[in-house]
Design a protein around this ligand. Structure first.
Ligand SMILES: *Cc1c(COP(=O)(O)O)cnc(C)c1O
Length: 223
């Protein structure tokens, strides 16, 4: 594990330098879905603090076993399951409807800091993909930003896989320009959650501040 972590952090730093990003401006979110507490503890021992999970039932025992880590919810949010997310996670990357945000807002315990939120954007325009359409983004972002108990931080996308670096960059550039236009409409968003094992260097080139990486850290997923 520590060699994977060292190699991956080295690739992230190299991409920051190559694309003119400030050193240390890209955070690694370790995506631990399908991997157990032992693997997560090994990643923690190698210095990783932020972990992403997609499925609530799978995540809750891991969160309970390692509560000192920073937990990010990165899967589809079912509106009847928002309470445990609001209570136990530090971030949700996959808000795509106002109703979900309203529930998270109402259910965030007041003694905790605000829940950090990214809105998921359907940047590839595939009807099967999750995320709000770019044309509906501004209204949703303004509404989410006004909710108590939440801090709207930015945008997230999981674009359709592309082989070519230039095509990968083009999708991430679309998310970046969505963020730019929201910030021109008086929001102050600082987060672009984009890039996975296969395309994180292109995401860093286009301004990613969080890369979400599973396979390059933990190996193939075991279902
Ligand atoms: C699984 C997953 C990742 C990590 O993908 P890898 O290819 O294993 O790096 C990132 N983001 C989301 C939303 C995921 O579901």
């Amino acid at each position: 594990m520590s060699t994977n972590v060292t190699a991956l952090l080295g690739r992230i730093r190299a991409a920051e330098i190559r694309f003119g990003r400030k050193p240390g401006s890209v955070e690694l979110l370790a995506v631990s879905k399908t991997h157990g507490v032992d693997a997560i503890a090994a990643a923690r021992a190698a210095g990783i603090r932020a972990f992403g999970e997609n499925y609530l039932q799978e995540a809750l025992p891991k969160v309970a076993a390692l509560p000192d880590l920073q937990w990010h919810f990165i899967g589809p949010v079912q509106s009847n399951k928002t309470r445990p997310i609001a209570e136990r996670f530090a971030w949700v990357h996959t808000v795509e409807r106002l109703k979900t945000a309203q529930r998270l807002s109402a259910q965030r315990p007041p003694e905790l800091p605000p829940l950090n939120i990214c809105i998921e954007v359907n940047i590839s325009g595939e009807s099967s993909k999750a995320g709000v359409a770019p044309s509906d983004l501004a209204d949703l972002a303004q509404a989410v930003a006004a909710l108590p108990g939440l801090q709207l931080r930015g945008l997230m996308a999981l674009p359709a896989p592309e082989e070519e670096f230039a095509a990968q960059r083009a999708a991430f550039a679309r998310l970046r320009s969505c963020l730019t236009s929201l910030n021109e409409q008086s929001l102050a968003l600082d987060t672009l959650s984009m890039g996975t094992t296969d395309d994180f260097e292109a995401a860093i080139a286009e301004g990613a501040t969080i890369v979400r990486i599973g396979t390059a850290l933990f190996g193939p997923r075991q279902y």
